[in-house]
Write a protein that binds this ligand. Structure first.
Ligand SMILES: [Zn+2]
Length: 133
């Protein structure tokens, strides 16, 4: 990765995962520079194809550019942090521990990246208690 690229991607994302919004400061190592369109599908190394991702989201997203929609059984793409607005596709439940999909893309992304798995929810409960989330 070119020098300084991580810092540019992380600063643009305000050091939060661009999928689940996890704050990087609570982890003991840097987040990952994610290729929104994976290189294997022709995705570039340009900034407009890069996003900051936590290790959980990056691991689940690996090469999942398209997944089957849960409800309509049609192909629904995963949320794209460069082209989509987060708030158009996701919102928090009242205590800010679970994500709720506002669109088919949001719901499919929550499922594909397991954004409400037990570990994610447990971490958010702590961050909310610390008033850091
Ligand atoms: Zn994440």
């Amino acid at each position: 990765m070119p020098a300084g690229l991580y810092e540019r991607v992380a600063a643009r994302a305000k050091h939060c995962c661009e999928y689940c919004r996890a704050p990087e400061i609570f982890f003991n190592h840097r987040f990952v520079v994610d290729h929104i369109v994976p290189r294997v599908f022709g995705g570039s190394d340009e900034l407009d194809n890069l996003a900051l991702a936590c290790h959980s989201c990056n691991g689940h997203k690996y090469q999942k550019q398209l997944i089957l929609g849960v409800v309509r059984k049609s192909l629904i793409r995963i949320f794209d942090p460069r082209r989509d607005r987060w708030g158009d596709h996701f919102r928090w439940n009242p205590n800010k521990t679970r994500l709720i999909g506002r669109s088919a893309i949001g719901r499919a992304t929550i499922e594909a990246l397991q954004l409400n798995n037990d570990r994610q929810v447990e971490a958010r409960i702590l961050w909310v208690k610390l008033n850091k989330f």
